[in-house]
Design a binder for this molecule. Structure first.
Ligand code: AG3
Length: 291
């Protein structure tokens, strides 16, 4: 008998993976957690029916959400990962020799535990002495830590359930406050094919808060739309002009990919193009009716 896991990505689009076995299944206070093994021996983490990470392409997502902001900052020492309980982003953060402390603020301890047991290639990073785990609300955490972090990475779920607050203007303002005066914020921002409106809104929100806001892209075939976006918001350093070359062991990220990721296809560029300012009243406009 063939067993297939299907994520209904949108009401009309689905992704199916042929499953060899279910390794872990658990319902926590926050979500339904599953770790699956596919017939091609790949592990998959699924939360509430949505694919969070697969062995096929986790390196793309985790390298791109991490190295782009960390190579934009000249010397990231204190880093916060919001969400990311699987440890994949933390693994990439800890590749940077400048990092002294990296805090993981994950709301669901179940994700950390399931990953510790079943996804050691991601969660091994959580054992590192530089890593501190904070089980709790990441949005509250940033509110209580002003001026603390050089880089904040928001490795969230989709903007539904517990993750929705991580796409709010309030959270972005709190993150801005929680950064040092030259800090960099980065967040996963879904696919431009399916979440164009969200991308436009978030970029507009962030532009009210940070002087430098840019969207960048990578290809993550296990996610809806495959073309995935990330937003980087920065107080001082520009992710293209100021990017450093760091010696890193990676499979996707290179300094060239870093720069190229900011080149946006036209339909994506249009999502984030600043609206032209209201044109001043044109001279031809009919004035108030005369006598
Ligand atoms: N966080 C973003 C996953 C979004 C995928 N969405 C979906 N499959 N509908 C991934 C966390 C990995 N550390």
């Amino acid at each position: 008998m063939e067993l297939w896991f299907t994520e209904k990505q949108t009401p009309g689009v689905a992704l199916s993976l042929k499953v060899a076995r279910t390794i872990h299944r658990e319902k926590t206070r926050y979500q339904d957690i599953a770790v699956l093994e596919t017939v091609d021996n790949r592990r998959v983490l699924v939360l509430d029916g949505y694919v969070m990470t697969t062995d096929l392409d986790e390196f793309v997502y985790h390298e791109m959400i991490t190295h782009v902001p960390l190579c934009t900052h000249p010397c990231p020492q204190k880093v916060l990962v919001v969400g990311g309980g699987d440890g994949g982003t933390m693994r990439e953060v800890l590749k940077h020799g400048s990092v002294e402390t990296a805090v993981l603020a994950e709301i669901d301890e179940g994700v950390i535990e399931a990953s510790r047991r079943h996804l050691p290639h991601l969660s091994g990073s959580l054992q590192d002495p530089r890593c501190r785990i904070m089980v709790g609300d990441g949005a509250e955490h940033v509110r209580s830590r002003p001026g603390e972090y050089d880089v904040i990475i928001c490795d969230s779920t989709d903007p539904v359930g517990a993750g929705a607050v991580l796409f709010s203007e309030d959270f972005y303002r709190a993150s801005h406050q929680s950064l040092t005066e030259d800090g960099v914020f980065c967040a996963q921002m879904e696919s431009p094919f399916f979440y164009g409106e969200l991308i436009g809104r978030v970029v507009r929100n962030l532009r009210q808060i940070f002087p430098i806001v840019r969207l960048y892209l990578a290809v993550v075939p296990s996610y809806p739309g495959a073309l995935w976006s990330f937003v980087l918001a920065s107080k001082k350093y520009d992710p293209v002009r100021d990017a450093r070359t760091v010696d890193l062991k990676t499979r996707y990220y290179t300094p060239e990919v870093h720069r190229a990721a900011f080149v946006l296809p036209k339909f994506v560029e249009e999502l984030v193009r600043p609206q032209s300012p209201q044109s001043p009243q044109s001279p031809q406009a009919p004035g108030p009716a005369g006598p």
